[in-house]
Design a protein around this ligand. Structure first.
Ligand SMILES: Cc1cc2nc3c(=O)[nH]c(=O)nc-3n(C[C@H](O)[C@H](O)[C@H](O)COP(=O)(O)OP(=O)(O)OC[C@H]3O[C@@H](n4cnc5c(N)ncnc54)[C@H](O)[C@@H]3O)c2cc1C
Length: 467
């Protein structure tokens, strides 16, 4: 069967890959001239790469890891030491670490927390541990129920001292959804903590060895096209055309008003463009009403090249800065960006609501002030580190803003329209708005299609295994 998919981010690419595995012919239509959506990357005139986001792969990403293995590119993931490193704002230029020993979960996580004495006192650790008990004992059903509270509200309810939020969870909320603990749903942090504490390598982190578009999207496209699928860039969906029975008749593209007709259709667009494109006749259906409650959150990704090495840390860092979220010196962490004498910092600016409309110059000036606190030795005296160049990538609507109550707005991959399916990190799947969530959503959409129409008879059938 021919299946038209709008959107070549990870969800669309994953959906196309698994449909091709099942013997179908995916036709992937991407609005932009670059693959990858929120993992898109570009080369500048000097040959340096810059990206939509600093991306971390976790041990707790089974579907993503399986995808790397199916593509034969596992060696492109550069796994780092099993630790989490936080800057200490009160002692500029120093770090506090949560080191996970090589022991089974949850013992390794508990030891990592108990051994860290810089950030939390013993009474705080004990109160936090007790607060977490219902999540550990009751599991996912409790975690889902807590979607009615923000993380700050949940911590108060569980009598966890405010300092625990300030020390650890502002950084974690910003890293997970680019918002603060008083905004983020408790479900998001409890889900992440559950994975990190219950899987031995759940919180182990890897960096891709180069730009995601080249190192991850291109192999996917080669795979899809080798199986007969098509991937078209500069092919923006303008309108979903309907038959008299409200099923999809075709995808109308913006370019030349071309109509792409297929047997089935998938939207793998982010939720914001999808909301705008839902045909009037579908708007009162629950699934499409539901998504009106979702909206992408702004975030900014910064790249700064310096005339010298600022750090030799080969890992992600939680800045604990009011302006910034996580950052890394990509000249250490990423083989493709390696340099032994110059740093390239990639930093996530979040929450970005107040900054998204500001000029690049204002954003960089504010960031440089923060860097003076993060790397004091390099920004004092007469021999100060020089900023050679920068790139600022703004994403006004990125992953859905995971405030309390959003779980009820996440739609399933199968819609009430018999020839139309949804993929995308915002659709309902057990992972959050993340690369793992996007890959899984694409796989779930492909699985729903295979269940509904069966495997194509044209090629040898391959079992689709959901992890
Ligand atoms: C700064 C930043 C940092 C991040 N860090 C991490 C991280 O460390 N770890 C992690 O797991 N996740 C991270 N994420 C989240 C992750 O990137 C996303 O969850 C994931 O890539 C989303 O994939 P998707 O396919 O669902 O959506 P997208 O990537 O948004 O893909 C949707 C595609 O649809 C296309 N499209 C839109 N409109 C149309 C149209 N009309 N016609 C055709 N195509 C259209 C878009 O151009 C896009 O290519 C980060 C995101 C950002 C922005």
């Amino acid at each position: 069967m021919q299946i038209a998919i709008a959107g070549a981010g990870l969800a669309g690419l994953s959906c196309a890959k698994y449909l091709a595995d099942a013997g179908h012919v995916p036709i992937l239509l991407e609005r932009r001239d670059v693959l990858g959506g929120k993992i898109a990357s570009w080369k500048d005139q000097d040959g340096d790469w810059y990206e939509t986001g600093l991306h971390i792969f976790f041990g707790a990403y089974p579907n993503m890891l399986q995808l790397f293995s199916e593509l034969g590119i596992e060696d492109r993931l550069q796994w780092k030491e099993h630790t989490m490193i936080f800057n200490q704002p009160e002692k500029p230029g120093t770090y506090s670490r949560f080191d996970f020993p090589d022991l089974p979960a949850p013992v390794n996580g508990l030891i990592a927390i108990l051994r860290n004495n810089d950030m939390l006192t013993w009474p705080e650790k004990i109160k936090f541990g007790l607060g977490l008990l219902p999540a550990i004992v009751k599991g996912q059903s409790y975690v889902e129920e807590m979607d009615r509270y923000s993380w700050s509200q949940w911590m108060k309810l569980r009598n966890i001292p405010e300092r625990v939020e300030k020390e650890v969870f502002i950084a974690m909320s910003k890293a997970l959804n680019f918002i603060n603990p008083d905004e983020i749903s408790a479900t998001i942090l409890l889900t992440a903590l559950n994975r990190f504490l219950q899987e031995k390598n759940g919180s182990k982190m890897a960096f891709l060895d180069g730009p995601p578009t080249e190192r991850l999207c291109n192999p996917l496209v080669e795979y899809i096209t080798s199986k007969g699928g098509q991937v078209r860039l500069n092919a923006p969906l303008k309108e979903i055309l309907l038959n008299a029975d409200n099923s999809v008749k075709g995808f109308l593209l913006r370019e030349n008003d071309e109509i792409v007709e297929a047997d089935l259709y998938v939207s793998a667009m982010p939720v914001d463009p999808l909301k705008a494109m839902v045909p009037v006749a579908w708007r009162s259906l629950e699934c499409f009403e539901q998504i009106q409650g979702l909206e992408g959150v702004p975030v900014i990704n910064l790249h700064l090249w310096f005339d010298r090495k600022l750090t030799d840390i080969d890992h992600l860092l939680f800045s604990r800065s009011p302006l910034l979220s996580v950052y890394a010196d990509m000249s250490n962490t990423c083989k493709g960006y390696y340099s032994d004498d110059r740093s390239m910092l990639e930093l996530v600016l979040a929450p970005a609501q107040e900054w998204i409309n500001k000029s690049e110059e204002e954003i960089i000036n504010a960031t440089m002030k923060e860097l003076e606190k993060l790397f004091p030795v390099h920004f004092e005296g007469s021999d100060r580190a020089k900023l050679l160049k920068y790139h600022v990538v703004k994403t006004p609507r990125s992953v859905y803003r995971a405030t309390p109550g959003r779980q009820a707005h996440r739609p399933p991959q199968r819609t009430p329209i018999q020839n139309f399916y949804l993929a995308g990190d915002f659709t309902m799947q057990q992972y959050l708005g993340s690369m793992e969530g996007a890959v899984l959503s694409g796989k779930l959409a492909a699985q729903a299609i295979v269940e509904d129409v069966g495997l194509s008879l044209t090629t040898e059938n391959q079992q689709m295994s959901l992890v």
